[in-house]
Write a protein that binds this ligand. Sequence first.
Ligand code: 5GP
Ligand code: ZN
Length: 131
Amino acid sequence: MCIFCDIIDHKIPSSVVYEDDEVLAILDISQVTRGHTIVMPKVHTPNVLEADDETVRTVFSAAARIAALLKEKTGASGVNLLNNCGESAGQTVDHLHVHVIPRYGENDAIQIAFNPSEPQDLAEVLQTIKG
Ligand code: 5GP
Ligand code: ZN
């Protein structure tokens, strides 16, 4: 059973930010910042890699519109759009969703750090990806 499908079917209550025939956007139960919203397709698909192109377009397009809405209404100074795909990437609910997280400055609760890793040979990396 899928908890997000139960939310979509209104078997589990949620705080609906936006809904149409294809997508549902609800406040995340764990508000990492004020207004943290998750946007999901109404059709069940586990993740972005398994979703069809149309579903991906629909969900990310809705997420972009909701990002604009949240930024305007909350007064946030920025917004992160985040999709966790796979357990190692932090996905805990296997129903495709995009987090839309309003940002309020250095003192908000979320930290996303692009820490430097070992230097990579870009030519070798490209060969791995494209070769
Ligand atoms: P993930 O870790 O898969 O990227 O994100 C799943 C998100 O779903 C988490 O941030 C979690 O707080 C949220 N979540 C899990 N169960 C519920 C629920 O029943 N209601 C709502 N509104 N959010 C949920
Ligand atoms: Zn589902």
